[in-house]
Design a protein around this ligand. Sequence first.
Ligand SMILES: NC(=O)C1=CN([C@@H]2O[C@H](COP(=O)(O)OP(=O)(O)OC[C@H]3O[C@@H](n4cnc5c(N)ncnc54)[C@H](OP(=O)(O)O)[C@@H]3O)[C@@H](O)[C@H]2O)C=CC1
Ligand SMILES: CC[C@](O)(C(C)=O)C(=O)O
Ligand SMILES: [Mg+2]
Ligand SMILES: [Mg+2]
Length: 337
Amino acid sequence: MSVEVYYDDDADLGLIQGRKVAVIGYGSQGHAHALSLRDSGVDVVIGLPEASKSRAKAEEQGLRVLTPADAAAEADVIMILAPDTAQRSIYAESIAPNLAPGKAIFFGHGFNIRYGLIKPPADVDVAMVAPKGPGHLVRRQYADGKGVPCLVAVEQDASGSALALALSYAKGIGGTRAGVIRTTFTEETETDLFGEQAVLCGGAAALVQTGFEVLTEAGYAPEVAYFECLHELKLIVDLMYEGGIAKMRYSISDTAEYGDLSRGPRVIDARVKEEMRKILSEVQSGEFAREWVAEDEAGRPNFSKWQAEGAAHPIEETGSKLRGMMSWVDRPITETA
Ligand SMILES: NC(=O)C1=CN([C@@H]2O[C@H](COP(=O)(O)OP(=O)(O)OC[C@H]3O[C@@H](n4cnc5c(N)ncnc54)[C@H](OP(=O)(O)O)[C@@H]3O)[C@@H](O)[C@H]2O)C=CC1
Ligand SMILES: CC[C@](O)(C(C)=O)C(=O)O
Ligand SMILES: [Mg+2]
Ligand SMILES: [Mg+2]
């Protein structure tokens, strides 16, 4: 089944410009959406708890910051960009009491709707504008006149114009410059969770760390292993980004391409593919969602342990030293684009 891809000419920016948008949360996605929507002429207010450490960042950018409840009361489009595990309580405490017929609730990811953790009333629009990229790059691409592709979905169309409004919002953050695909909350949620677990984040990080470990445990210099397994991966993926796997294979040596074609399937083999299928089934069944909600409610013991182990991995120290010598690469972790 072919999908419809929407571009700038398919979206009317005037629709979202005519609404008052509350962005709940000012993190990776929240800051990107809020700043880009404002640059697109949209009336934006930020919703954050009084004690939020993000307040100062939003106010430094000249954005008005209210509590989530006051922002939801004032706005007629409410985009929830707080952590997925916090959204259901934010909704119950601050958003639901401030809904009214004709308002719209937007999400940047479908987790809470897909797994039934948020159930809005029938008289509001429920839609999604989900960038297919990290928030800091969503903002950087917008600022550079480019855009990150987005998925849009309409779960509930009380107004009869929810899709047009979602496309207008996507245009406001640069999504229609790159292409916006209409999907469903189920497809976005399940593909996004699978993608981040098995390919983009979990799979890629494990591949890089394991390659670094195999080389360093064999006695090769950590710096060589870092350049080979992490730094150069961006350069390789850049070629894929520009022209597909074909362009990467066109640019590398025949020796590398033979190694790629003959050894690649030994690394990502049938066992790995079966494990990826199991990971997808855990997403589809809701097992992952239940595990993540329970982990969060228990205070994130495993999350914190694994985070600390990752930060302590020797590749981080090696990389920090080498990136420090490349001024054009060294962008410390920061909230700005
Ligand atoms: N990160 C990404 O690139 C992508 C994220 N998404 C989705 O976007 C949504 C937001 O994720 P992300 O941007 O990563 O989140 P972050 O963790 O980067 O930022 C969360 C923001 O929400 C604020 N916040 C925390 N608790 C509350 C609360 N109770 N009320 C209001 N604001 C609160 C945080 O404030 P404080 O600083 O005080 O903690 C922070 O500003 C999620 O649904 C995620 O799945 C979708 C696509 C990509
Ligand atoms: C790949 C991780 C992501 O889904 C994203 C940046 O798109 C996320 O949830 O952060
Ligand atoms: Mg994603
Ligand atoms: Mg995600």
